[in-house]
Design a binder for this molecule. Structure first.
Ligand SMILES: *Cc1c(COP(=O)(O)O)cnc(C)c1O
Length: 390
């Protein structure tokens, strides 16, 4: 049985070309990038090349890129870093949304616990935040606005450039979790007026455990990992040379192939959505057009997302759900609840996220398998109306 991987929002496979580019750094290029000798400088050169590539792609300068151990750490560094830098002087109010990734949401909940004042802005039924709401929430003591570029669950793309205009006018730092968008759709920290931006390599066919935070020159952030002068004092710890080098190669390929990958994913995404919506009692979650190229998220009424995943897995199809257990919690996804889904509908969610190597044959196979799986599960469901009639 051929495996069909449609969970690219969770992580992407490592591109073979990235692996080959990384190999020397796992073998001969073992020097510590902070060492003065030639082995160290050999590694340093590769690290700085990667930094430049990443900076160029998002419209930054190399000195504004700080490597971290992934997207979660970049988000934490941005949020706690600004809170600590400005919390005792400018103010203790921060603004975010109710549909953020847990890396952002949980950081804000922690800040709230230790006495910061956090505004969680609502979203509309598609998961979009209204820029006007951002403008109205900003106060004299607001130190940060943090809003994701695109949602990892429902794929909705936020009006980042509009929000950036507002935060810039009001003189408030703007952090964007762009982990789902860098390498997939254009991101430009200049035109979007972004001050801090998180990215992670494993979401664009790079290695896991490496990410970066862009910090605009002059923006004040305190470190939250101590122990050395690496990354210009903002993030201590020996540089992950293989990770950094892989991230540089992955972003280079992602940008070179962005248009081609995007076109293909959008075509497959729309075909998949159209086909799935033919199943009765299925609704699309997320925005119909302002949506990541590879994202499909639907609620399939009367059944559990969890059981759909298990059935699909038996057919060799890897997908995801915003329903319980997978995340180790009993509540369905906060994103689905915040766009207005009731618990039952949120529990019946299915996320299929396409990547650059998915094919039309794979989409056809999913469209062949899914209706059968759904029908079989509904026949066993105590809440399926056709069962209630019996
Ligand atoms: C994956 C993801 C993260 C976390 O990144 P890691 O590298 O897995 O720590 C943060 N935000 C969003 C939107 C993501 O999709």
């Amino acid at each position: 049985m051929e495996l069909i991987y449609m969970d690219h929002a969770a992580t992407t496979p490592l591109d073979q070309r990235v692996l080959e580019y990384m190999l020397p750094t796992l073998q001969d290029v073992y020097g510590n990038a902070s060492s003065v000798h030639r082995k160290g400088q050999e590694a340093r050169k590769l690290v700085e090349e990667a930094r430049s590539k990443i900076a160029e792609v998002i419209g930054a300068t190399p000195r504004e890129i700080y490597f971290t151990a992934g997207g979660t750490e970049a988000d934490n560094l941005a949020i706690f870093g600004v809170a600590e830098a400005l919390g005792l002087t400018k103010g203790r109010h921060l603004i975010t949304t109710s549909v953020e990734h847990h890396a952002v949401q949980d950081s804000f909940l922690k800040l709230q616990e230790i006495g910061f004042d956090i505004t969680f802005l609502p979203s509309d039924q598609y998961g979009r935040v209204n820029p006007q709401d951002v403008a109205e929430a900003i106060r004299p003591d607001t130190i940060l606005v943090s809003i994701m570029h695109a949602n990892n669950e429902i794929g909705t793309i936020q009006p980042i450039a509009e929000i950036g205009k507002i935060t810039r006018e009001k003189g408030v730092y703007f952090h964007v979790d762009a982990v789902q968008t860098v390498g997939h759709i254009p991101v430009d920290v200049q035109t979007m007026n972004i001050d801090l931006l998180s990215l992670a390599a494993h979401k664009f066919y790079g290695p896991k455990g490496i990410g970066a935070l862009y910090v605009r020159r002059g923006v004040r952030v305190k470190p939250h990992i101590y122990g050395g002068a690496q990354e210009r004092g903002l993030r201590a710890g020996t540089e992950n040379v293989p990770g950094i080098v892989g991230m540089g190669k992955a972003i280079e390929l992602a940008v070179a192939e962005m248009e081609e990958r995007g076109k293909k994913e959008i075509y497959l995404r729309d075909k998949l959505i159209e086909g799935i919506l033919k199943i009765p009692d299925v609704r699309l979650n997320g925005h119909p057009t302002e949506r990541l190229p590879g994202n499909v998220n639907v609620s399939i009424l009367y059944i559990e997302g969890e059981s759909i995943l298990l059935s699909l897995d038996l057919e060799g199809i890897c997908a995801s759900s915003g329903s319980a257990c997978t995340s180790g919690s009993l509540d369905p996804s906060h994103v689905l609840l915040n766009i207005g889904l009731d618990h039952a509908t949120a529990h019946g969610s299915l996320r299929l996220t396409l990547g650059k190597d998915n094919t039309e044959e794979e989409v056809d196979r999913v469209l062949e398998v899914l209706p059968t799986v759904v029908h079989r599960l509904r026949v066993m469901s105590p809440i399926w109306p056709e069962n209630l009639l019996k």
